[in-house]
Design a protein around this ligand. Structure first.
Ligand SMILES: C[S@@+](CC[C@H](N)C(=O)[O-])C[C@H]1O[C@@H](n2cnc3c(N)ncnc32)[C@H](O)[C@@H]1O
Ligand code: SF4
Ligand code: SF4
Length: 305
């Protein structure tokens, strides 16, 4: 009996994006032309949902690419919501689109997490290359106005603001701007994507850094394979969203039940390796992963003065 349960599924329904954020692996792959465009079909999405055979607290859509580029998205989220009304549905998006506000409100999506790291076009587009700040702001305002008009709490909106050297001085202004609209905002440093060093802020640290500093020598391990699964547009299941695990498939959700994959040998091998630091499997992706090398911290970056 597996003592761990899958609490969150993260999935992509598109493997493309309309923006070119410089550190995003998606941008790098597109520049190198290593990936063909692929959108998950509604039929396959239904297979995915129907193969979820145990309660999952959260399903997050759009984890590595841009989900709003799949025109079936609201059909999919409605299907998911009807089948599992108690599961939270997160949408991660850059929100540079002209969708009908009512479609989003009635889609079954519970939380929208918007990747936005600026307070105007100039500061925003340094990282969100190709994005239009006013378009995103307009979308946000329309949703908030609609919710206020009909006294709705859902979907909640949250801004995910990545703090770089060019925008760290804007944190107070960003807090003011989005709190005046009644929107949550959280700030974080960049992950360890290729070339991240030159983008690092000088003074900003993630909130948990103090705790992390205390714990850095303790034996903390990556938590992903004990809690979550990642799914790509072809239904392949991965143990996490790390680039190092990109081709390490632990099953396929169009073909197998979630419980079969969750309790399968490949995930067990990863969990055993993270716990014991030993494996005979040379392909275990964790061996090469910065998260593993940094004791499980997904975005811990030590700042050297
Ligand atoms: C890869 S994106 C996909 C969703 C959507 N395209 C977006 O950007 O919001 C998933 C999350 O990664 C975040 N992200 C982008 N670049 C990042 C970086 N360098 N470090 C950490 N997170 C990053 C985004 O802000 C978003 O919240
Ligand atoms: S908008 Fe999201 S998926 Fe697209 S390039 Fe930027 S971070 Fe990557
Ligand atoms: S250590 Fe890295 S490769 Fe291994 S499960 Fe965690 S994030 Fe994925």
């Amino acid at each position: 009996m597996n003592k761990y349960s899958c609490k969150e599924i993260r999935l992509d329904i598109s493997n493309i994006c309309n923006l070119s954020c410089p550190l995003c692996p998606n941008t790098n792959r597109r520049n190198k032309k290593t990936e063909e465009k692929h959108l998950m079909s509604f039929e396959n999405f239904k297979k995915l949902v129907d193969n979820i055979d145990s309660f999952v607290e959260t399903i997050s859509i759009g984890t590595k690419h841009e989900a709003l580029l799949n025109d079936n998205i609201f059909l999919m989220t409605k299907y998911l919501h009807n089948k599992y009304p108690d599961t939270d549905i997160n949408l991660l998006s850059n929100f540079n689109f002209n969708y009908n506000t009512e479609d989003i409100i009635k889609s079954g999506i519970t939380n929208i997490i918007i990747g936005l790291d600026g307070i105007d076009q100039e500061s925003y587009s340094k990282y969100r290359v190709g994005g239009n700040f006013n378009n995103v702001l307009q979308n946000i305002k329309q949703i908030q106005e609609y919710k206020n008009r009909y006294n709705l709490n859902i979907p909640t909106l949250t801004i995910s603001f990545i703090v770089f050297s060019h925008n760290e001085h804007l944190i107070p202004k960003a807090k003011d701007l989005f709190s005046s609209l009644g929107i949550n905002i959280f700030f974080r440093r960049t992950d360890y994507h290729d070339g991240y060093e030159s983008w690092l802020p000088k003074n900003f640290h993630n909130e948990q850094t103090e705790e992390e500093n205390k714990d850095i020598n303790k034996n903390i391990i990556c938590q992903d394979p004990f809690n979550i699964l990642d799914i790509d547009t072809f239904g392949n299941i991965l143990p996490c969203c790390a680039e190092e695990a990109l081709n390490y498939f632990v099953g396929n959700i169009f073909e197998d039940k979630l419980s079969t994959i969750w309790n399968g040998i490949k995930l067990k091998q990863i969990r055993d390796f993270l716990i014991s630091k030993q494996t005979e499997n040379d392909n275990i992706p964790c061996k090469f992963c910065p998260v593993y090398k940094n004791n499980g911290y997904t975005n811990y970056v030590k700042f050297e003065n």
